[in-house]
Design a binder for this molecule. Sequence first.
Ligand code: NDP
Length: 328
Amino acid sequence: MRWGIIGASDIAETRVIPAIRQNLHQIAIVYSTSPERASDYATKSNIPKFTTDLSELLSTDIDAVYISSTNEKHYVQAMAAIESGKHLLCEKPIAMSLEEAKKMIEAAKAANLVFATNHHVRVAGSHQKVRSLIEKGVLGTVVSARINHAVALPDRLKGWRLTDASAGAGVVLDIVVHDVDTLRYIVGSNISQVAGVTNSFGLGNESIEDTAMVIYKFENGVLATSHESFVVTQNVTSLEVHGTDASIYIENAMTQDPVAKVFIRDSSGYREIEIEDRENMYVKAVRQFAASVDGLGTPFASGDDGLRSLQGALAVLESVKTKKVIEL
Ligand code: NDP
C-alpha cells in the first residue's frame, strides 16, 4: 500500500510512519502548510517527496492518506482526500463538529472508501482480552467502569493544545475522546447521558481546560467515570471494570505502548491475567486498515467510532458550559 502523509506532525513521526513501514507499506509524499517544515520533515523521515499543495499530494499515486494535522484541518483535508478516491486513516477528534464528522462518514461511504479513526487504545491486546472476557460473561452483569487518564503533557507537545481553541485545544478534545472510545468499546454500548467538570491548573491559556472529570451513563445501563489531565506528573493510568461476579483492573491502561497489566478479582481471589498479544497498537491498526482496504474485515475503530467519540467529548464541553447533564 502507498501512503500520503497529511500533516508534518509529531504523532506521524513517532508512531504512525514507523507503523506504516513495519507493515512494509510505502510512504510516497508528505504535505505541510510550511515549505521549510515540509522539506525538513521529508528529510528526517526519509520521505521521497514533499509538498505544500494538497492537490499535488492527492494526485500522487497513493492508495491512502493518514491525516494528523491540527484538528480544525481534518474535515477539509479528509473531504478532499475522499473526493480524490483515497482511503482514510484520520486522527482523533476526526472533526470539530458533528455536522462535519457526519459529512465525512457519508462521503467515504458513498465513495466506497475505508475510513478509520486512529483510536489506538482499544487495539491493545490487553483491552481486547478484557472485552472478550466481558463478552464471555466472566464479570457477570457489568455495572460500572472507571478510567484514570491523568498524565503530564510532554514538553514537545506544549503548543496549540494549550493555546489555540480554534485548533481544538484542551484536554477534552485531546484525551476525553480516547476515553469515550475506550469506554464504548469495553462496555459495548453508546453513551446516553454525560456530565463533566473541568479546570485549568495554569499549564496553558486560562480559558483552555487542562483537567477534566466526567460521569457517563451508557445505553445498556453501565455507569462510568473518567479523569483526564495534562498536569499530573506521577500517576500510572488505569481502567477498572466492575461486574456483579468479578472486577477487572488494568494498570498502565491508557498508554501508547502495549504494556498494560490486567488483574481480576473474583470468588477465587485476585490474580494477574496473562496477555499474549503485546504487539504495537499502531502497527496492528495499520495492518487491519490495509486488510479492510482489501475487503478483509473492518478497521479497529471506524469513522463512526470517531463520530461517537467526538459526540461524547462535545457533550462534555456542553455540560461544562451549561452545568447540566447532557442527553445524547
Ligand atoms: P503536532 O503539533 O506535532 O502537529 C500538528 C500540526 O502542527 C502539524 O501538522 C504541523 O502543521 C504543525 N506543526 C508541527 N510542528 C510545528 C512547529 N514546530 N511549528 C508550527 N507548527 C508546527 O501535533 P500532534 O502530532 O501532537 O497531533 C496531531 C493530531 O494527532 C491531532 O489531531 C491529535 O489529536 C492527534 N494525536 C493522536 C494521537 C494518537 O495516539 N492517536 C497521539 C497524539 C496526537 P503542518 O502539517 O502544516 O506542517
